[in-house]
Design a protein around this ligand. Structure first.
Ligand code: SF4
Length: 76
């Protein structure tokens, strides 16, 4: 699934600090529905997460070796 903005029921927001992100791809492994490393070495990600993917988002944030993923919102 390619990363895209969620449509409804979102209350968890993802932001990635590009200055910290080293494109290791751990987030993509933990949450392939939310993060994608592109062939031109960019990180694409869903910014607003529907509740069904909140656990994936949290796992990705916890596993990011650079602590580059920040979550905010009511689902924390
Ligand atoms: S796991 Fe962290 S450092 Fe690696 S690509 Fe994802 S956000 Fe960037």
């Amino acid at each position: 699934m390619s990363p895209r903005r969620a449509l409804h029921g979102s209350s968890l927001t993802i932001s990635v600090n590009n200055g910290r992100c080293h494109l290791y791809g751990v987030c993509q492994y933990e949450a392939p529905s939310l993060f994608e490393l592109t062939e031109d070495e960019r990180l694409r990600y869903v910014t607003e997460v529907i509740p069904e993917y909140a656990d994936q988002a949290k796992a990705a944030a916890m596993c990011c070796p650079m602590r580059a993923i920040q979550l905010s919102g009511e689902q924390l």
